[in-house]
Design a protein around this ligand. Sequence first.
Ligand SMILES: [Zn+2]
Length: 195
Amino acid sequence: MRFDTVPMPPTVDSRPRDTRGYPVPAITPWQGDEPQFALTDYGRSADCARGRLCSVCNTLMPRGPVWRVVGAAESDAIGAALAAGRPYRNLAPTLEGPGHRACMLYASMVCPYLARPNARRGLSADRPDEMTEHVVRGAVRGAMGAVVGFGDYEYAVTDSQVLFRFLDVVEFLPHDTADAHLDELKAELDRLAGN
Ligand SMILES: [Zn+2]
C-alpha cells in the first residue's frame, strides 16, 4: 500500500524519509541520500540488538513480547505448528530484528521487503520490482506472510552479521492482502494513545 494511506505510528513518523517520503527503517543502510531498503545494516542492527531498540523506529521496546513480519514459508510453518497444538520454535536464526507491534503492523503493509522470506535479505541486492509485484499479488490465505508476536528473542553479534532467534509465538496474524492489518493497526495506535 502507499505509505500515506496507512496511519503511521508516531515513532515511525519521526524517521528520516526517502525522496518519495517513505519513512526509512532503523536498520536500513544509506548510500549517500539513498536508503538501501533491500539490505540490513550491520552496525545499525547491532545497535538495535544491544539496546533493545525497534528495528523499524529505533526506539526502546518495553519488556515483554516483540513482533516481526515473517514471510510465507515461516508463516506456513507457524500456522501448521499452532494448528497441530505444538510449539513453534524458529531454530534458524534470521537477520531480521524485532520491533513494536504497531511498527510491524505498519511495516507489513508498507515495507514489502519486510514481508519476504529470510533468504532474500543477505548482503546482495534484490530485485525490488519483482518482489513488490509478488507482495501485491498474494491471494491465498496467509500466503504473503504474517505479523507474529514472540514471547522472547535472543541475538548474537558475530564479526559479519547480527542474528536473531525468536521463541514462543504469542500472536499470529497472517495476511493475504496488502491492507490486511489496517484495522488492527488503527486499534493499536488508539490503544497506545490511550483512547
Ligand atoms: Zn517501533
